[in-house]
Design a protein around this ligand. Structure first.
Ligand code: PEP
Ligand code: MN
Length: 348
């Protein structure tokens, strides 16, 4: 059920509806929009009678949401969501005209490696820095990340370079630690249906970058995001990072058709990861260009100062000079579509 308020509805009208929903034992989710506020309802086991609400002051109509996902749906919020990251004075917004470019190594390996990557990606125009301190690896014997030491390196990068930090959290307990350091909590492809982690990040105060699972359908992807919103965290950025197919020329198949499909159904921003989406350095730049062309709100790209010595995902990590070339190309492509890229301010 969705309660659509009249454009002139007052704060008090909105509060009255929310109180009524709560008194019924359900959860209200007010979603302010450009024209009017809509209030989503979750937790109701069955349909609610629209008449319960339609007589309240300020209510335009009460409608049933036809999709299985509610809060992520454009039925609930028709205009695009803008997700604000980092402090307002040098923060970044994802989902508007600006293309958000997140770059950095797959994993934080050392302070020197992270700094060497940060200097180059910042200079080339990245606005956020990525790097895993906890790595969910296919093999238990592979490098699992530097853990808290990696998170400390990331926060030093943030203060030195003025780049907000995007880093992965791998389970609910781990989230207690990661949220103390990160600006954006990344939920990886392997965890897209880790429902306890989704609920945990849904209770966090930080925005969440939710990657599509390797075999997730559009509905499953949006339902995973719904878990996070249903807990009260509306700041979710989706990420298409490729799916498993029979293709053997690439690690994954970057499913770019997901981007317009998500945009049609959901108000949430969606970015693309051409690094994991292809798994091959030579394919990253062409697919990144294509992702911008189909309407991605940004990119997350692996860049390493010395990819041949990287402890993880070196074969798909760009050399810094390749990243510079990529930035020039997507600035041009974005320009055709009215998207802009602005340099970071603050920090080095
Ligand atoms: C990553 O971003 O380094 C990562 C592990 O991504 P994914 O979860 O998409 O495999
Ligand atoms: Mn990686």
């Amino acid at each position: 059920m969705l309660i659509v308020m009249k454009p002139q509805a007052s704060e008090g009208d909105i509060r009255r509806v929310c109180d009524k929903v709560a008194a019924m034992g359900y959860r209200p989710h007010p979603m302010p929009g450009a024209q009017r506020t809509a209030i989503g309802i979750t937790g109701n086991p069955g349909p609610i009678e629209p008449e319960e609400f339609e007589s309240l002051p300020g209510v335009a109509e009460a409608i049933r949401v036809s999709k299985p996902f509610k809060l992520v749906s454009r039925e609930v919020k028709s205009d695009d969501s803008l997700i604000h990251i980092g402090p307002p004075e040098r923060g970044v917004t994802i989902g508007g005209k600006e293309l958000a470019i997140i770059a950095g190594p797959c994993a934080i390996e050392s302070r020197e490696q992270a700094r060497a990557a940060a200097v180059r990606v910042r200079k080339a125009g990245a606005r956020l820095f990525r790097g895993g301190a906890f790595k969910p690896r296919t093999s238990p014997y592979s490098f699992q990340g530097l853990g808290e030491e990696g998170l400390k390196i990331l926060t030093d990068i943030r203060s030195e370079f003025g780049l907000p930090i995007v880093t992965e959290t791998i389970d609910p307990e781990n989230c207690d630690l990661v949220e103390k350091y990160a600006d954006v909590l990344q939920v990886g492809a392997r965890n897209m249906q880790n429902f306890s982690l989704l609920k945990r990040v849904g209770r966090a105060k930080l925005p969440v970058l939710l990657k599509r699972g390797m075999s997730a359908t559009l509905d499953e992807f949006l339902m995973a995001a719904e878990y996070i919103l249903a807990e009260g965290n509306y700041n979710v950025i989706l990420c298409e990072r490729g799916v498993r197919t029979f293709a053997d020329h690439s690690r994954n198949t970057l499913d770019l058709s997901m981007i317009p499909a998500v945009k049609r159904l959901s108000h949430l921003p969606i970015i693309a990861d051409p690094s994991h989406g292809t798994g091959r350095r030579d394919n990253v730049i062409p697919l990144a260009r294509a992702a911008v062309a189909v309407g991605a709100d940004g990119l997350i790209v692996e860049v390493h100062p010395d990819p041949d010595r990287a402890v993880s995902d070196g074969y798909q990590s760009l050399f810094p000079e390749q990243f510079e070339a990529l930035m020039e190309q997507i600035t041009a492509i974005g320009g055709v579509l009215g998207r802009t890229i602005t340099a970071a301010t603050g920090g080095k």
